[in-house]
Unconditional design. Sequence first.
Lengths: 573, 317, 315
Amino acid sequence: MTMRKSIAILIALMMVLAALAGCSSNPTTTPDATKAPAADPAEPGTDDPAEPAAVERDPATFSLLYMSAATTTVDPWADTPVGQYLESKTNVKLEIEYLVGSDVRQKASLLIAGNEYPDILHTADASGDFYAAGAFIPLNDYIENSTNIKNCYTNSQIKQMTQDDGNIYWFGAHASENAAYPTAGYYLNMDLLAQADYPEVKTFDQWQQLIIDYVAANPTFNGQSTIGVSEPTEAWRASAVQYGGSRFLVGFQNDGLTVVDPETLEAKIIMDQDFQKEFCKMLNTMWNLGIADPEMFMQTDEQYQAKIGSGRIAGLYDQRSMISVGLDALEANDPSRMLVAFPVVLEGVTTERYRGPRAFAGGSGIGITITCKNPDRAFQFLDDIASEELQTVLRWGVEGTDFSYGEDGSLVKTEEQWANYNNIEYKQQSGIEQMGWFYFWPGLMPFTGSGTIASPSNTPEFVALAYEDYEKEFLTHYNAETFCDWFNPSYDAMYEPGWSIRQRIDTADPRKIAGETALEITLEYVPKLAQCKTEDFDKVWDEFTGKLADLPLREYEELATQMIKDGASLYQN
Amino acid sequence: MSVQSGALAIAKKEHNFWRQLWRQRQLVVLSLPVLMVIVFSYVPLWGWLVAFFDYKPTSGMNVFKNDFAGFKYFIELFNDSYFWRGLKNSLGIGVLKIIFSYVFSLMLAVMINEVRINWFKRTVQTISYLPHFVSWVVAANLVFVTLSPDSGIVNELLLKLGIIDSPISFMGKPNLFWLIVALTEVWKNSGYSAIVYLSAMTSIDPSLYESADIDGAGRISKIFNITLPSIIPTIKILLVLSIGRLLSVGFEQVYVLKSPSTTETATTLEVYIYDFALKYAQYSKGSAMSIFNSLVSIVLIVGCNLLARRMDGEGIM
Amino acid sequence: MTAKLVSKDKPKLGLLSTKTENIIFDTINTILLILVCVVTLYPFLNTVAISFNDSTDAVYGGIYLWPRVFSTKSYETILFKSSDIPYSAMISALRAISGTLLSIPLSMMLAFVMSRKDFVLKSAVTKIVLFTMYVSGGLIPTFLTYRAYGLMNNFLVYILPTAISAFNVLVMRSFIEGLPYELIESAKIDGASEYRILFQIIFPLSMPVIATIGLFVCVSQWNQWFDTMLYCSSKKGLVTLQYKLKQILDSANSMTGDAVAADAAASSASEGSGRVTTQTIRAAMTVISVVPIACVYPFLQKYFVKGMTLGAVKG
């Protein structure tokens, strides 16, 4: 009885409410109206091809969402000299929002479901989702009629940014490169290298043997046991053991969860490959010798970085930018145990591609959304930002304070200005290099006007200042100039990198789900593979690959191969 | 004829109901906040429709724009071995958690209640309450450090005492995970949960204790014969409420305590929903899972309530 | 466990006088409680110690009850780095106060009608309120619904949806049920309306439960950030303190957001490092959010014990 009553009341109330809600607003009817291709193409960019400074722009306000956490709490537009300079030149007030306390996927699905976007949106790895949702306006005509932006991209890059439907929706990211340190590698402790008399580390076996011998000879450090090998395994950082470390061993480059044959452009999922088995076997060997980090599969990233900082670790595989917190701590604590990367490969493998391609990535970037009220003005704003003057400000800072023009018109920083450039706090306060999403001009290319390489960290001056004394001393043992010397140089990409492909596939695509599910299964099995008895290793491996075999992974490979092949011609001109 | 009289009786009852309702119109007005509950908690339940369609977020609130999927996602779910694993883990952790937190918070409440020195009593209460406000991320970090096989204090102690020969990787053992979740829950929230019991204990008629004293009853016997029986209603309500939440075992806690080594036992339903459904935009499947979760909860709480009422005529509804 | 342990010894104790039993019981009880205090206080003291430690040094671990390298940098980072901290603190305070002021009368109204055995809709109202604890439409449908209500970038989104919590209402109901029913009866005979009974008789008598629940509501409002992220993140004027703190934490923690970015990082690694580590900042944030509670709590404690009732006490 009471149940019936409560249901009756509930229904009655809901009906009243539904009626009320119906009267107010109906947000679902808006999308199609605004979806129509924006603006007549003749208008943008036609007013004046001169420097943006010469033209007085109408004041405007735009919102921008950058799909990643802020690196600082300083608002780079409103609160920094660089931002204020840009604002005065463009006459645009930019309201920047970062991702806070949520992940890209969550934020993207909220935006898509609500069909309400910030004026300018950064896609991160939800590009495929935004594309499927029709969140962006096409930029083709705008780009054609632009003053500056069209000069920032080559024809083939323009084609790489073009989606299946023939339109460009976001600006891709230019290649960048760290000239002072290799991006990834198998690291060894400097103390280990010193004790082994600075060997050239070439093979995976050699790398393992060096660690085994070192830990045998130095079982403890600072009162704690020496750790032979540790790897990150928390959340997405586990990619190092899921697929990140093994691909390089056989000479492949970084292609996300796939490896791509450079000849045939066939993509293969890494997780069930033989070289991944070799990697897991290494973990198993170390584990059974009792010199692997006992906390490897249950540590947070914080604890992992702390161990790196303590100097207890003999070796590890990782990407350098991922362990910078630990390395900074180690440098402050005990630089004699700093970690150095080597390009190790399996016996018999002749090439290595650790430093990877210098690849333009059309898979993600910023674009103008369909809910932007004034897309013409928004594009004009982006075009103004793309001018050499403002691109210089974005990366080099304000003229006078942060750099000056040399006699030949090149960009020059004094020693103090370089020191400021190396100081992260200064950079955050001044706004230098805080708005990477606006890098329309390729960082590795010289500016057309000043002739200086756009990214200060890729200039010869910066590389010369990059090393501390202990690093220079270390390099003398190898007769080397930089820590990249024993790596093959990077090269121009021959196809769109696999990780960019992964960004472009819609999350709801069953093939993508298969790939991501395989990652979850791998994360469950890598600890089992590492911790099982040596004689059980093959059995566990077969069980693992059996589970993977249930997933349509071959279809993911086919899709990736197809996408890579379709775009490959654009890279080979 | 009997049908007629029956209908008449119902009609009369209905009539009575409306008359009664009119008489109590002031109470009805005071019930109006229930509208807010409906607006903010029940209207969003249209989201349950998502489970029956191939939902895409682009369709926004217009679920019907998607293809109708019927029970496809439920069938998919029930054929999914990972779903059953998640259910098993949720149940295991849920039951252990209820047992442990009951026993320990009750014990703590009794112990605090027995303290005679007032300032000590107050201090203990304040302190025991504090960890409740330390976030799980911070707490988990401490748990990992304390139980670490690599110079964690527990392992060092056990090694020194000669109980074990080599360090145990507590947080990496799948078969210990449920227990660790239950124990960390006790450690973090017992003090806080004890408040309710303590509160009930202060309302016990002091004359009961006085007469027990005259009978020469000891402290222990007073606890078992007076204190605990008196607060049975409180224990019961909390039990019914928490059994309803059996499957909601605390996403955040499990998520920060789990690690790749313990995936087998740590992937609860909520973790599974998050990891597989939300991360990979499987909204319909995720929604099917939440419906399952809600239905189980409601069945459990209604069942428990009935049971409680049958036991002594007092339910919470 | 302890109780059992002691009771095993009972036959022996039975020979002793009650006084001796008391002393033994009190001693064991006190020791155990001190143990409990140590175990529960430790995580908090440890957090305080870490929050006052130098952040790079904290990376090595091994900090227990006292900072190794003293530094207040984490607190400075949180409190002084960002200029709008005082403003967002004000928003937080505003939502904590208005949220409590809204929640208490509404919850009391429901608790009151749910306590009335003679009310025909008692059971229906109870069920509707109670089931909210167990059902949810999901994140996205809820978001879309509130958005359709016009709650985007609206302060009301902070206080309306959370105004009524089933658990709080149940606690209040229990308290009201514990009050002598004769009060209501005699007031009715005097011709008082239900409103009067609730607001002029029940309310003043319910101060313990109101203080208790009030503090709960206040604390949880103060600690909220998720709804800010969902509904008000693009409106700077509505950003709360906890959201701001979360942002600081995220920025200290920001490498690259996710797995794909980790791959991408291989090709775009030129961005600099040198962040403050998260551990000390997180610890400092915990301390900042707990200290106000820890300060207020001892004063409200006496209400707590009176107010947190659930279920009538027998006897």
